[in-house]
Ligand binder design. Sequence first.
Ligand SMILES: [Zn+2]
Length: 373
Amino acid sequence: MPALVEKIISYMEELAPSSIALPGDQVGLQLGNPGAEVKKILVALDPDQAAVEEAEAIGAEMILTHHPLFYNKLSAVNEKLPEGALVAAAIRNNLHIFSAHTNYDIAPQGISYQLAKTLGLPAEEAKVLEVTGSEKLLKLVVFIPAGYEDSVRNALAEAGAGQIGDYSHCTFQLSGTGTFMPGEGSSPFIGAQGQLEKVDEIRLETILPANRQRMVLKALMEAHPYEEVAYDLYSLAREGKSFGLGLSLSLERPISLDQLIQRCRSMLNPSSLRCWTPGNNVFSRVAVCGGSGGSLIEHALRQGAEVLISGDFGYHDLKYAQSRGLALVDAGHDATEWPGVVYLQQYISKRLQADSYKTEVFLQTSVSTGWRQ
Ligand SMILES: [Zn+2]
């Protein structure tokens, strides 16, 4: 069975929740119907004419992009203007267009993380350059008949609950007595209709990131033996991991400017590459930001970075970095974001396969960067 547009949206919400996008950014379903079926998806950097044409050529009903279709509010669909022609063509082709922009820039597995990984840098250990928010946490308390607590705990952990730093399966459990009386129409796992039952139960507590709520509750319902599961969810004032723009990475073995440039050329295949260095050409702290990283120069300096790899650096960015002794490598906006686009295609494919949907996911081939996997 093909997946619905809303299923793809739910996968994207788990990867890059729209709630973490920067204010005013137009993310989410740009065009289309959440209830429609999708047999083919095209993943692209930009929702442009080339992407619409390629989607049409391969018969894709949905385009998933990083950059949004509507940067600004659209007041008219005038086909004499490129924006209007694009929207009209997408509607005529029954295309659904979904974009994850700054929310995917900011997501822990997002654009900068994929860039760092592609460049062979230790992305797992990275620190965020500019913090824009932090993960909301929930506490889950569930009551489980004694003897079933381990299977429920494992299911919750696999769905993303109980993770504290490098520790998984973090829970607390207490024994007690649960009571219930099965009503008419019930088929109780323990006890009989109309009789008060007293059962040895475990109260199991754990925490989870709010964006894992749906998956964790689904896993709970599948693993718990009761027909009706008694559980509570609490919002926590305590916040989880910080997230934001760009990453700063500390290297065990310093890397030279030549090595960095070589990696950028071979892994990103940029259409152009510029760099500036203050003279120190060996770096042990590297900052990365896919897309436009000029606004992160100050943050990179504050975190002790010696070089910042990004795109779209302007003259004043260069002058500022020069004055502070920070090396800059500009591998281009699109080339530094492309690894994140490649990951989107892999991620959505994997999620669809795991849920047995008959929906294929294609990576755009008509890109101008020349970057290929
Ligand atoms: Zn961008």
